[in-house]
Design a protein around this ligand. Structure first.
Ligand code: NAD
Ligand code: DAU
Length: 373
């Protein structure tokens, strides 16, 4: 990993003219998995722009320390000048936009950062890309892509018997987080429709896997279980999410970037609908096998029902047939294989977890859980 603007990088990247991608938010959960995955599959360099908020963690990318194909830049997607400079200096041929505030509960406690990054930031990113793209020669212009990474939450909530979300479902975002993501999706769409910007959008279901920040259900419960703490279930625990192993999300993004049709939206999902309570019971039984409690009881004894999330969406489910039928993508992992790997990863990477749990993480736990009895 190298920092930007070093002469070495400029020489190296000039050689790879128009063979560099820009990833935003590449120090977060999905972004860092994507960067690691990308560099395993390609020799094409990655410029990684990340603000390093509480969710960004350069330790996720430690294995790229000596890899000149990874150029890390600390910065904000709302910084138009920085973006313009990066796009031009590195002759970027594609941008994959992961950068966002991503946690629904945080958006309920404080929506402002979500508006700033997910809406204003996405707008500035689009402006910088539009101006850069306009000045490219015809060949580079037609090859250029912006892939915007979005979420199934923009479609709202399903009842138990509703069909899963298809790409033409109406947008009905219910949280400040999903509303801000919906706004960014609309801006991306508008920049294609109005300016012809070659965009692709993916709307994905819940991810899980390595480097998942332990504010989210799966890593939070693994960590709390091991620490002998409560496993907090919001409401009745019967809310349904459609879980996808993060590496499958990465392969879907690569596929869409390679072969997706400009202006199109692709839903990405794992065909793994599970109620939250079942997910937590599964985690407990895997932990019971891999690292049993010293008192011989099950980790399931730690399950605790707490006050529900305000406006909690009941069910998400993704219809991923378009991606399968048009681009030939399918997830490689089932929930059973992916969750086993994930629990094992957390057991093997407790140093990573300890590092993440320092900082302002404890004050977030107080903010979110103190009022939930
Ligand atoms: P995350 O919170 O783990 O990571 C977000 C990253 O963006 C962090 O590294 C953070 O430092 C960076 N960032 C935040 N604000 C920034 C800014 N203004 N400028 C530059 N960088 C900034 O999120 P994640 O779970 O990895 O999600 C990545 C993307 O995928 C998001 O756009 C999210 O909406 C979307 N998504 C997530 C899921 C999921 O289950 N986690 C599912 C579908 C879609
Ligand atoms: O659907 C895609 C979305 O999935 C992404 O867009 C978001 O960025 C990502 O954070 C995720 O959102 P969720 O709100 O579904 O994820 P979270 O892990 O926060 O919660 C999953 C479910 O578990 C949800 O129904 C709320 C519930 N939950 C969560 C926490 C943190 C609990 O019951 N207890 C908890 O302590």
């Amino acid at each position: 990993m190298r920092y930007a603007y070093l002469p070495y990088n400029l020489i190296f990247l000039n050689f790879l003219k128009h063979m560099t991608i820009l990833v935003t938010g590449g120090a977060g959960f999905i972004g860092s998995n994507f960067v690691l995955d990308w560099l395993q599959q390609h020799d094409e360099a990655v410029v990684n722009l990340d603000k390093l908020t509480y969710a960004g963690n350069l330790q996720n990318l430690a294995s790229l320390k000596d890899d000149p194909r990874h150029i890390f830049v600390k910065g904000d997607i709302a910084d138009y000048d920085l973006l313009s400079n990066l796009l031009k200096t590195h002759q970027i041929r594609a941008v994959i936009n992961f950068a966002a505030e991503s946690h629904v509960d945080r958006s309920i406690h404080g929506p402002e950062d979500f508006i700033q990054t997910n809406i204003v930031g996405s707008f500035r990113l689009l402006e910088a890309i539009r101006h850069y793209w306009n000045d490219l020669d015809a060949e580079a212009k037609s090859a250029f892509r912006l892939l915007h990474v979005s979420t199934d939450e923009v479609y709202g909530s399903l009842d138990k018997t509703d069909p899963p979300f298809a790409e033409d479902n109406q947008y009905q975002p219910n949280s400040p987080y999903s509303a801000s993501k919906a706004a960014s999706d609309h801006l991306v769409r508008a920049y294609h429709h109005t300016y012809g910007l070659p965009v692709l959008t993916t709307n994905c279901s819940n991810n899980y896997g390595p480097y998942h920040f332990p504010e989210k259900l799966i890593p939070l419960c693994i960590q709390n279980a091991l620490a002998g703490k409560a496993l907090p279930i919001y409401g009745d625990g019967q809310q349904i999410r459609d879980w996808l192993y993060v590496k499958d999300h990465c392969s879907a993004i690569r596929r869409v970037l390679e072969s997706g049709q400009v202006g199109e939206v692709y839903n990405v999902g794992g065909w793994n609908e599970k109620p939250n309570l079942d997910v937590v019971h599964t985690l407990c039984s895997i932990l019971d096998q891999l690292q049993p409690r010293t008192d011989g009881k099950s980790y399931a004894e730690q399950i605790t029902y707490v006050t529900d999330r305000p406006g909690h969406d009941r069910r998400y489910a993704i219809d991923a047939r378009k991606l399968e039928q048009q681009l030939g993508w399918k997830p490689a992992e089932t929930f059973e294989t992916g969750i086993q790997k994930t629990v094992q990863w957390y057991l093997d990477n407790q140093a990573w977890v300890s590092n993440v749990l320092s900082g302002d993480y404890q004050s977030w736990l107080d903010t979110n859980y103190a009022a939930r009895n």
